[in-house]
Design a protein around this ligand. Sequence first.
Ligand code: HEC
Ligand code: HEC
Length: 250
Amino acid sequence: MTLRIMPGNFLLNMSALGAMSAALLACVAVAMAADNAPSAGETAARGSDCFSCHSVDQKLVGPAFTAIAQKFAGQAGAASTLEAAIKNGHVGTWGQIPMPAHPQLSDTQLQQIVSWILSLKGQSSAAATAPAQSYTTNVDGKPVTTHFPIFQAGTQKVTPSVFRGYELFDSYCFRCHGADAVGGEYAPNLRASLNNGMTEDQFLSIAMEGRKAQGMPAWAGFFSPQDIDSIYQYTKARAVGALSTGTPPE
Ligand code: HEC
Ligand code: HEC
């Protein structure tokens, strides 16, 4: 930005002075923001699908980035090991869920991302997740317990999260899993999956990772963990019988 002041403009009136100082302040603000701007590595990670499965300080489908930084801190060759893991995909270090390959990332992007991840080694991971809360909903006279609220307290209206889950399900999942999660010709009835013991973590992992060979798309990069959690909540509410088919009461 350039501020050009022509000679005639030296007779600035008060409002012009105000505008000038506002412009100067804006320059300062931009400069300050640049100092706190995310690193190239973080920007590249946020532009890819990483944050569908990882968070900086909490385990989601994959380990927290701080946990990876701590595990690999000070190890010789850590950077190239991690770059290869991201590029080619990896399984077995943290559990049985595989990370997909990322052939689209350039070597420079991989190096930037890994140096950002390794720079997080001094940051602590979030304390073990708070003890799960539980909420009781009355379904046909019987109490049903979930770890999230289905209805807004004291009303017949579903929570915004459950409603969003319904909207997302009936926009993206219904094609194969059936509208209103009734089950489809091409894909399992997800209410039955949950009633047969599938956990929320398993639901999130399968949804993000997909099972491409079986025709289940991967949703990592498209949905945030919060989106899939909303879809899980809606499907669970349907599975326990708290919601009937159709638009839930909003
Ligand atoms: C579909 C989910 C998913 C996506 C998307 C994903 N990851 Fe992972 N990531 C995982 C899982 C699961 C593991 C644990 C794999 C293992 O046990 O070896 C993992 C492990 C890692 C590791 C540790 C590898 C090791 O050798 O220990 C790094 C680093 C990593 N991910 C970075 C990334 C980055 C960067 C991106 C984005 C470009 C990304 N991940 C995208 C699920 C994912
Ligand atoms: C193009 C079709 C298709 C779409 C769209 C689709 N799925 Fe699937 N999904 C499948 C198939 C096929 C399977 C069964 C995979 C298998 O045989 O293991 C499946 C399996 C699953 C499972 C595991 C069920 C179990 O019992 O093992 C979950 C969870 C799941 N899908 C979630 C979702 C969610 C959430 C969405 C929407 C965001 C979605 N799916 C959209 C085809 C689809």
